[in-house]
Design a protein around this ligand. Structure first.
Ligand SMILES: [Zn+2]
Ligand SMILES: [Zn+2]
Length: 260
């Protein structure tokens, strides 16, 4: 089994910290794990967030607590240290990058020839709006408009040609807001574009772990069906942010894929 989305950001960049994740992965019967970090952890990516910080005082505070802690080089050093050793699970290293259309070239330049195994693109902001922080941030906003822009942005991310995969592809649903229109056409367009770009889509337990009352486990069933119809590669992931969550609900996620 594979867990393709594990953050190590809550610890030091040491082999001892990595070992904790590997031990949990073995306990959970994983044979492959993919580590990644949010790009904003690294100073180099901080300029991408100027406009979202200017848009929201809340995000500005959140961002300046978490962002720019390391240089990308610190992470690359850890990666090469891990690669020198052998482990009983296959390990890959990548980055989870917030997608902003105007920073496509910036991201391509920063990530070129860095020997990362994969780049994962994420929509965490719909235009300037950080939709996945708190449900009450949606108050007085136009839900249809957020959904439309979320899917338009996701399709731009897929077509930009920088990424190997798209993270949590319908996580806009996390707090249970629903649009007044059907999303089938967006699912279809996303699946077609992913297939064309040979990108993978995540089947994730992360949103469900965070919002069990408002979010289903994994992708929406119709979205999953579209992905299968277009032969999009689907990767099971926990979006773990600590060793305890590695491998969380991976068997259940696989079952949903088979049944869709
Ligand atoms: Zn994410
Ligand atoms: Zn993540």
């Amino acid at each position: 089994m594979l867990d393709g989305h594990i953050h190590i950001e809550r610890g030091e960049y040491t082999l001892e910290w990595i070992d904790k994740f590997i031990n949990k992965a073995l306990e959970q019967d994983m044979d492959e794990i993919w580590f990644l970090e949010h790009c904003y952890r690294f100073k180099e990516f901080v300029p991408m967030y100027d406009s979202v910080c200017a848009y929201s005082e809340y995000i500005d505070k959140w961002f300046h607590k978490k962002a720019g802690i390391f240089q990308l080089e610190d992470y690359l050093k850890l990666i090469s240290n891990v690669r020198e050793k052998s482990f009983p699970v296959n390990i890959k290293f990548g980055l989870e990058i917030c997608y902003f259309k105007k920073f496509e070239a910036f991201v391509a330049d920063l990530t070129r020839d860095k020997e990362l195994d994969f780049l994962l693109g994420s929509v965490h902001f719909v235009d300037e709006f950080a939709f996945d922080h708190k449900s009450e941030h949606w108050n007085n906003l136009n839900i249809d408009r957020i959904y439309t822009r979320y899917f338009e942005t996701s399709i731009e991310l897929i077509k930009c040609g920088i990424y190997d995969g798209i993270a949590h592809p319908d996580c806009v649903k996390l707090f249970g807001h629903t649009p007044s229109f059907s999303l089938i056409e967006y699912y279809e367009e996303m699946a077609q574009a992913l297939s064309l770009q040979r990108m993978y889509a995540e089947q994730s337990s992360g949103i469900f772990r965070r919002c069990p009352d408002t979010a289903e486990l994994g992708m929406n069933r119709d979205m999953l069906k579209c992905m299968k119809k277009h032969n999009v590669k689907i990767i099971t992931v926990s979006d773990a942010h600590c060793p305890e969550d590695v491998g969380s609900k991976i068997p259940e996620l696989n079952k949903l894929i088979v049944e869709a």
